[in-house]
Design a protein around this ligand. Structure first.
Ligand code: ACO
Length: 323
């Protein structure tokens, strides 16, 4: 059986930094409230002419360079995003074209909000097991600030833009050890953008399709679901807490991250945290954090890592991997 192994990582953040001090001038909030309730100090905002596929391309090129492979080696592209450039084609296809890949490999998007990257890894991993994939690009990329109401203090302080990417290569041993995905659509009203192509299209035309969230309800659910999934991940794969070197969590809120780390028995020195500088970049947050810790040398070859994400749907999931 062929396994998938991470051969390279990459990331990209737009240049514009939006600080809590600036948000204090935009809505009724304070730096103290934002830092104490979320851990966020600043986030990045894409320029008006920067699109998701462009962020994805910049992250992907870094991952390709680290892996030492060229675009033409890529036989599969899976992009996790909730903020695609267009309704269609997918960001996957747009990214494939940006990279100059015309070898007929599959390219598509996965939409699972903040859980998108773990969903995308799960999907791509299956192509190695069943379809002989040799080299895949898996990207999480978002221009999430485009669907933010800058007058809504409940949400506008939370989100940012960015992209992260990994190159997966075929290997004789894992790599990706186990993936676990879950969803429960009955909670769709707690966290959503209540507009799209076939519902409330007028909001899209008027530029008023914004993220709405019942934060404290989502918070309770996220803590429970992520606590449960890390336990499930260990139990079903036969690994113990002591086997895990790093938790690379979705970066929504430092309090959720701390709760999940505690459930795993990990100290915060074994958790990659970027939420303070990136905010919540939805599907991009996990690969952004992963790339940071790989490049600064914290994550080393052979380390066992758990990735976890939770978001709108609700959809949530985990990946256990050996780097
Ligand atoms: N500044 C000051 N006060 C605020 C702000 C703000 N920016 N935002 C809300 N408040 C107020 C509220 O109005 C409320 O006031 P009230 O008691 O007078 O009504 C009070 O602060 C407490 O509000 P809560 O929502 O209960 O605050 P909480 O401690 O839950 O923190 C937060 C809010 C940060 C949103 C938190 O609930 C959270 O992180 N939720 C989960 C987010 C998440 O994980 N989302 C999933 C991924 S996102 C995706 O999939 C797209």
């Amino acid at each position: 059986m062929a396994y998938a192994r991470i051969a390279g990582t990459g990331s990209y953040l737009p240049g514009r930094v939006l600080t809590n001090a600036e948000l204090e001038k935009m809505v009724d909030t304070t730096d103290e409230w934002i830092v104490s309730r979320t851990g966020i100090r600043e986030r990045r905002v894409a320029a008006d002419d920067e699109v998701t596929s462009e962020l994805a391309e910049k992250a992907a090129r870094q991952a390709l360079a680290m892996a030492g492979v060229g675009p033409s080696d890529i036989d599969l592209i899976v992009v996790a995003t909730t903020t695609p450039d267009q309704v269609f084609p997918s960001v996957g296809c747009l990214l494939q074209n940006r990279l100059g890949i015309h070898n007929g490999g599959a390219a598509f998007d996965v939409q699972a909000a903040c859980a998108g990257f773990v969903y995308a890894i799960d999907v791509a991993n299956r192509y190695f097991h069943t379809d002989g994939a040799q080299c895949a690009l898996v990207v999480g990329a978002e221009t999430f600030t485009r669907i933010i109401d800058w007058d809504d203090r409940n949400t506008c302080i939370l989100f940012g833009d960015g992209a992260g990417a990994v190159v997966l290569q075929a290997a004789n041993e894992p790599g990706i050890i186990a993936t676990h995905l879950h969803a429960d659509g009955k909670y769709h009203e707690l966290l959503n953008v209540p507009a799209g192509v076939s519902a409330n299209y007028a909001q899209i035309l008027e530029g008023e399709a914004y993220t709405r969230m019942q934060g404290s309800e989502v918070f309770k659910w996220a803590v429970k679901a992520l606590g449960d999934i890390v336990v499930e991940t260990l139990e079903q794969s036969g690994y113990g807490k002591e086997d895990i070197d790093w938790l690379v969590p979705h970066q929504a809120n430092i309090r959720i991250i701390r709760a999940t780390a505690k459930k795993l028995g990990l100290g915060m020195d074994q958790v990659v945290v970027t939420v303070d500088r990136h905010g919540n970049t939805s599907a991009a947050s996990i690969p952004l954090a992963l790339d940071e810790a790989v490049r600064d040398g914290r994550i080393q070859r052979g380390h066992k890592i758990i990735l976890e994400g939770f978001g709108g749907g609700f959809a949530w999931g985990s990946v256990l991997l050996a780097f």
